[in-house]
Design a protein around this ligand. Structure first.
Ligand code: BES
Ligand code: MN
Ligand code: MN
Length: 455
């Protein structure tokens, strides 16, 4: 493999790592209002870097939430245009006491870089930036036209980027999108992700009495919203993992026989997955493999039940209200609007006497399935073979990146989801990490991919 850009990347790798660490020190937690300034600052740092490496028209695009970062370089006449996407926001770091080193003080241990956002997604965004820098610095040109669009609200549903993309600005004219926010199926195994689940994230609020009540004076006569909530939740999914919302499964398009056969030959051991990743018995729908359950079947999960008395000690109260945060992952064929309607009307039928329920939609995103018979996917597999010395596996992921479906729907763009995380990188959990070899080879893979697409 001869590429002067790859040589440049190898020579400058220590500085690239320092730049990643600087980005990781910014606590750009998109869901917490007190970190709005940090989100803005992370956007400014990335914009400054894009200018410095020679990208043009660099700007922050303000949204109702955190800003988008845009840049382009459009001097490769006759070559395709790539839209490079990633996100600079991160999940909250809690529970803090489970981190071996503090979440916003990046630390290297055993060939990994530990920090919130290390792999999701700042490390991968940095890999994209440094691939562009290497190409521009080594060749004084880019092999194709490049637009960069980074967002700061992916972890909270991506409303800002969704409305921007839906307005189909000519600024986003491109031939394909390059998304680096996914993972390798196994260490050293080059992987392209070709499907993501969508989701609806909801809140279910149950209200009983006008105000909190003394549980001795009123207990026995007043409704308890937590019991009502528990009764509703218990009817959403049965003990076999089957979702009980009428019509919920009706529109699902199952994976093709070829895709299922390909999944069968992936290096996946259910026992190892159970022991190393889940740590207890596996649950879920009978008749579906673990990969099918997590990639091609919808889910319904409860994330938290805030409300009532949660302090230390005891307080005898019947709370006036109870809340549950409930999300559903959607698979191809399903739409967020229909899933939400079915869920809401079912919940409204389950409301026990004495309480009222409000069902709110917090955010939603469509599932996506990427066609693989295009020159960009082929270029990606050639580049990955050079860097990793192996054939690429095509996988889906159970996670969601809401904007990928919108790139296809509104802009007509196929996405190449080339990411370098690992299954045990602890995304959204304590001790998130990015494997440093994957950071280095990720940069090289992205360089070679862009070179291939511009050939
Ligand atoms: N990068 C993840 C999604 C992902 C994880 C893709 C693992 C492939 C493999 C992304 O940042 C994420 O966490 N998305 C959220 C989206 C949601 C908040 C709308 C998710 O999946 O929960
Ligand atoms: Mn991500
Ligand atoms: Mn994430």
């Amino acid at each position: 493999m001869s590429s002067s850009a790859v040589d440049y990347a190898r020579q400058n790798y220590p500085r690239f790592l320092d730049e990643l660490k600087a980005l990781l020190r910014i606590p750009s937690v998109s869901t917490l209002p007190e970190h709005a300034g940090d989100c803005h600052f992370a956007a400014e740092v990335l914009a400054a870097d894009l200018s410095k490496i020679g990208m043009e028209n660099v700007r922050l695009i303000e949204t109702k939430g955190h800003p988008l970062v845009y840049a382009d370089w459009l001097h490769a006449a006759g070559k395709p245009t790539v839209l490079v996407y990633g996100h600079y926001d991160v999940q909250p770091p809690d529970p803090l006491d489970e981190w071996v080193s503090p979440p916003f003080e990046p630390a290297e241990r055993n060939g990994n870089l530990y920090a919130r956002g290390a792999v999701d997604d700042k490390g991968q965004v940095m890999a994209q930036m440094k691939a562009l820098e290497s190409l521009l610095a080594a060749d004084a040109t880019l092999p194709l036209n490049v637009r960069v669009l980074l967002e700061g609200e992916e972890e909270v549903g991506g409303e800002g980027i969704a409305s921007y993309v839906a307005s189909k600005p000519s600024q986003l004219d491109a031939d394909f999108a390059l998304v680096s926010d996914t993972e390798l199926f196994a260490p050293g195994l080059p992987t392209l992700c070709v499907g993501l689940r969508g989701m609806i994230y909801t809140e279910l609020e149950v209200r009983g009495a006008k105000t909190d009540l003394h549980s001795g004076m009123y207990g026995g006569a007043a409704p308890n919203p937590f019991f009502a909530l528990a009764q509703i939740l218990a009817k959403l999914k049965d003990e076999n993992g089957h979702i009980l919302i009428p019509g919920f499964y009706d529109d699902i398009i199952p994976p093709s026989a070829e895709e299922l056969a390909a999944w069968q030959s992936l290096p996946f051991d259910e026992d190892e997955y159970r022991i190393n990743e889940v740590g207890s018995q596996l649950v879920g729908e009978a008749g579906f493999s673990v990969l099918e359950r997590t990639w091609a079947r919808p889910t319904l999960e409860v994330h938290g039940i805030p409300g009532g008395f949660i302090g230390a000690g005891a307080k005898t109260v019947i709370p006036a209200k109870a809340l549950a945060k409930v999300s559903m992952r959607l698979v191809p064929g399903m739409t967020p609007a229909k899933a939400f309607d079915l869920y809401k009307s079912y919940v409204e039928k389950l409301v026990p006497p004495g309480v009222d329920v409000e069902v709110r939609l917090i955010h939603s995103g469509d599932p996506c399935l990427i066609p693989v018979d295009n020159p960009y996917i082929k270029a990606a597999t050639r580049a990955l073979h050079e860097v990793w010395g192996k054939d690429t596996v095509f996988i889906r992921s159970g996670g969601s990146i809401p904007i990928v479906g919108d790139f296809a729907r509104h802009l007509g763009l196929p996405s190449v989801m080339m990411g370098f995380g690992l299954p045990d990188d602890n995304l959204h959990a304590p001790n998130e990490k990015f494997n440093l070899k994957n950071f280095a080879l990720g940069i090289e893979s992205l360089i070679r991919f862009l070179e291939e697409t511009g050939k």
